[in-house]
Write a protein of this length. Structure first.
Length: 128
């Protein structure tokens, strides 16, 4: 098991995501800012191309399409399947800055059966 939000965890989850279906047009540079965690604030990024996670890493990426800021507690609950992935955004607990239209076009991916299966696989390898 790998420590949640570590570079090793990001690498392992990216490898698990390789089987996700191609989704033409589902592309973005996404910056995450996770607050209130046991290690303080954590920043990481994803580069998604046509529905495929091509790059992920700790730190910041230049010129993200959008930045999502949310609490560690909410992110853990989403990852563990205890909280719907849309809830923090819809309830105003996740802030999104940047290209809101691009963010909104990617939201349906989180409810796909393939994404839900991926989340289950990620839970099995994650040490919270």
């Amino acid at each position: 098991m790998t420590k949640y939000l570590s570079q090793e965890w990001l690498d392992e989850t990216r490898a698990l995501a390789e089987e996700q279906p191609e989704r033409p047009g589902a592309s973005a540079l996404m910056q995450y800012v996770v607050t209130g965690g046991p290690d303080g604030e954590v920043k990481y990024f994803w580069r998604l191309e046509d529905g495929k996670l091509r790059e992920s890493g700790l730190g910041e990426i230049d010129a993200p399409d959008f930045t999502m800021t949310l609490s560690y507690d909410d992110l853990v609950k989403v990852q563990q399947g205890e909280l719907d992935a849309h809830a923090p955004f819809m309830q105003g607990r996740m802030k999104v800055a940047g290209n809101m239209a691009k963010f909104m076009t990617l939201m349906p991916l989180m409810t796909s059966p393939e994404y839900k299966a991926l989340q289950e696989e990620i839970r099995k390898v994650t040490d919270y």
